[in-house]
Design a protein around this ligand. Sequence first.
Ligand SMILES: Nc1ncnc2c1ncn2[C@@H]1O[C@H](COP(=O)(O)OP(=O)(O)OP(=O)(O)O)[C@@H](O)[C@H]1O
Ligand SMILES: [Mg+2]
Length: 249
Amino acid sequence: MQDSVDGHPIVVKALRKSFSGRTVLNGIDLQVETGETVALLGRSGTGKSVFLKLLIGLQLPDSGSIRLCGREIPALGLNQLNEVRMRVGFLFQQAALYDSLTVEENVAFPLERHTKLTAVERERRVKELLASVGMQQDLKKMPSQISGGMQKRVGLARALALDPEILLFDEPTSGLDPITASEIAQLIRALKERRRLTAIVVTHDIHSARTFADRLVLMHDGNIVIEGTIESLQNSRDEFVVRFLGEAA
Ligand SMILES: Nc1ncnc2c1ncn2[C@@H]1O[C@H](COP(=O)(O)OP(=O)(O)OP(=O)(O)O)[C@@H](O)[C@H]1O
Ligand SMILES: [Mg+2]
């Protein structure tokens, strides 16, 4: 049921955004195919989080086109925007969970808000979702009582609650030890393979990106400097690409 353009659920063209005269995004073009997972890489402050926020209409671009599920996001009013947002699972870089709600309540939240499931159906669905990220224990705990990696897993379960077509993840593995990061990366890959989700995952973590990404996209100075498989990036002679990969290794 995907009213995408030419089979591309995400189509971004000539996207520009600046803050107080400082250009952050300077003409980004990016298309993501159905079932494809793109890892968005770049140095801190390049505009990766801004890019994701623009995609779901939390910020407005200065110019350019953003089409998600065939809808031109910057042109939508709030009601239409919310319709599209229901089809998109979003995991923010910070504050992945609501602090005052338990693990179970966090995942139930979008279901209460946007579905007509009964309490029993909702409970079953919450358990299923938490099991799919290996978090079936600890349902009654508060976010402050579980580790950072567990919080990310719960955030992931919540992002999946409404069975989205598109996933946008901002740093799902940052701040985690390498083993937990690798587990989360494998989880993202498994989700992709199981549900054919279309995803953009912002990450600093090149090892995780190797696990889940079909394509890597490297942003620098407001533009995409290179995109392709990890091998094609490794073959690049571009000075920035070589340095970025060298430092990230
Ligand atoms: N609401 C805002 N108002 C003003 N400037 C902003 C705003 N949001 C982001 N910026 C600026 O835009 C630039 C890009 O920020 P962004 O958070 O997208 O970086 P990032 O690539 O996600 O970095 P990191 O890897 O550290 O998360 C930064 O210089 C930031 O200060
Ligand atoms: Mg960021």
